[in-house]
Design a protein around this ligand. Structure first.
Ligand SMILES: *Cc1c(COP(=O)(O)O)cnc(C)c1O
Length: 404
C-alpha cells in the first residue's frame, strides 16, 4: 500500500493568493458595478520590451529549418546566455564569476524550492520573518522544519529572524547557529533592503560558522541607492558561503515567459565536496533546460536596446512606488520600502489586523493588497501593496485610499 509524503499535510492552511482570489471573486459577484484595482499579487503588467519581442519572432523562425532548429538545451543553459549573464551581471560590477558557475533555469521560484535538495535533512534553516513563503514551505515538504505551533505560527526546528521597523527590516545574526540561511534583498514582501556593509556581516558570519547563504536577488534591478549590493558576490568571501538566485521575471517581465538562473561558486565546498558539482548533477538528472527560444530572449535583455527598454519599465514601476509612498504618507500612513524594490509595506491603521485591513480596503476603496501576516507572524499588522499595476490604476487606488 502506498504512503503519501505526509510532510505536505503539515503545511498550514490555505495558499495565500488563492484565498485572496476567492475573497475578491466573492466581492465582485456581490458588486458587479465596482471597479476593483489589484495591487496585491507580485506580477508585472507591462508587456515585453520591443527588442525581446523582435528576438522571439526571429528565433521562432529558426525553429522551422533543420539546420537552425534546436532540441534539448544543455541542462545548465546555453553558453551564449551564460556569457551574457557573466558579462552583464558580474564582470560589469568587477565580480569574478565564471560561466560554469551559472545554472540557467525556468525561474527563481523552482530553484529556490529545489536547492534545499542538495543539503542533508539535518540542516537547520534560518529565515526572515516576514518571508517569501517558498523557502520555508519547500523545507516543510522535505521534512526539515519539525512541528508547527498554531498559536505562535512557528516551526519548532526553524530559526526565525524578525524584520521589523525596530531593526529597519535588517535581520540580526541569530542566537542559535543555523546551517542554511535564506536572505532576500531587496526584499519581498517588505520592499526594504540592506547595505553592502550589512550584507558583509552576514557573509563573514556564514564563513565563520560554516553556514551557506541562499541569497535571492530577484529584485536587484530595482536598486536605486548606491550602497546597496547588486549581488552578494560584491562582498568579500561570499564565494565560499553563498548561492545566488536571479530571475528575469521582475526586471524584464518574464513572469509568463519563464527564465532565471542560479550561481553556485566552485569555491563552495563541504568536506571537499563541491556544491557546484552536486547542483550540476541534480539539474542534469531532473531538468532538461530552459527553452532555446526563451534563452535567446534572455540574451536580448543584455543588449544595449534591451537594457534601455527594460530600464524604462523599471522606472515606470518605481514611479508607481513613489506615488503610493507619497500618497499614503500624506494620508498619515506609516510606509516602508518602495525605494529599492517595487513593494510598499505599510502599518495598518488603528491597530487593525492584516486581514481586517484587507477587508476594509476591499469594501471601501475596492483595492486589493496582500495581508502582511500571510508572509509570517511578524507581518501581522502590516500590509503589502505592489507597484506593478498600471500608472492610472495606481493613482486611482491611492486617491481612493486617501479619501477613506
Ligand atoms: C517573484 C520572485 C521570484 C521570481 O520567481 P520566478 O520563478 O523567477 O518568476 C523569486 N524570488 C522572489 C522573492 C520573488 O518575489
Amino acid at each position: 500500500m502506498y504512503k503519501i509524503n505526509d510532510n505536505y499535510l503539515k503545511l498550514p492552511g490555505r495558499y495565500l493568493f488563492s484565498f485572496i482570489e476567492k475573497k475578491v471573486a466573492a466581492f465582485r459577484e456581490k458588486h458587479p458595478d465596482k471597479k476593483v484595482i489589484p495591487l496585491g499579487i507580485g506580477d508585472v503588467t507591462q508587456p515585453l520590451a520591443p527588442t525581446i519581442i523582435n528576438t522571439l519572432h526571429y528565433v521562432v523562425d529558426e525553429m522551422k529549418n533543420a539546420d537552425t532548429f534546436k532540441g534539448y538545451a544543455p541542462s545548465s543553459g546555453y553558453e551564449f546566455l551564460r556569457n551574457a549573464i557573466v558579462k552583464g551581471d558580474y564582470r560589469s560590477r568587477d565580480v569574478d564569476i565564471s560561466i560554469d558557475e551559472i545554472f540557467v533555469s525556468d525561474g527563481a521560484k523552482c530553484d529556490a524550492g529545489n536547492i534545499q535538495e542538495i543539503f542533508s535533512i539535518d540542516n537547520k534553516i534560518a529565515v526572515c520573518d516576514p518571508i517569501y513563503p517558498v523557502y520555508l514551505d519547500t523545507n516543510v515538504m522535505a521534512g526539515r522544519t519539525g512541528t508547527y505551533d498554531e498559536t505562535t505560527q512557528r516551526w519548532s526546528d526553524v530559526i526565525y529572524m524578525p524584520c521589523t521597523p525596530d531593526n529597519n527590516f535588517a535581520p540580526e545574526l541569530p542566537k542559535e547557529t543555523p546551517d542554511i540561511i535564506y536572505l532576500c534583498f531587496p526584499n519581498n514582501p517588505t520592499g526594504t533592503t540592506i547595505t553592502k556593509d550589512q550584507l558583509q556581516v552576514w557573509v563573514d558570519y556564514a564563513n565563520r560558522v560554516g553556514a551557506v547563504i541562499i541569497y535571492d536577488a530577484a529584485y536587484e534591478a530595482y536598486i536605486s541607492e548606491d550602497n546597496v549590493p547588486h549581488t552578494i558576490y560584491e562582498c568579500e568571501g561570499a564565494k565560499t558561503c553563498a548561492i545566488e538566485l536571479k530571475s528575469f521575471s521582475k526586471n524584464a517581465g518574464f513572469t509568463g515567459v519563464r527564465l532565471g538562473y542560479t550561481v553556485v561558486p566552485k569555491d563552495l565546498k563541504r568536506s571537499n565536496v563541491s556544491l557546484n558539482a552536486l547542483w550540476a548533477r541534480r539539474q542534469a538528472t531532473k531538468y532538461n533546460g530552459a527553452p532555446y527560444i526563451v534563452q535567446r530572449a534572455g540574451e536580448a535583455v543584455y543588449s544595449k536596446s534591451g537594457r534601455e527598454q527594460i530600464k524604462k519599465q523599471i522606472d515606470y514601476y518605481m514611479n508607481n512606488a513613489k506615488v503610493i509612498c507619497e500618497g499614503l504618507r500624506s494620508a498619515g500612513y506609516h510606509v516602508f520600502g518602495g525605494v529599492n524594490a517595487p513593494y510598499i509595506w505599510l502599518k495598518t491603521p488603528n491597530d487593525m489586523t492584516s486581514w481586517e485591513f484587507f477587508d476594509y480596503l476591499l469594501e471601501n476603496a475596492n483595492v486589493v493588497g496582500t495581508p502582511g501576516v500571510g508572509f509570517g507572524p511578524q507581518g501581522e499588522g502590516y500590509f503589502r501593496l505592489t507597484a506593478f499595476g498600471t500608472y492610472e490604476n495606481t493613482v486611482e487606488a491611492v486617491e481612493r485610499i486617501k479619501k477613506l
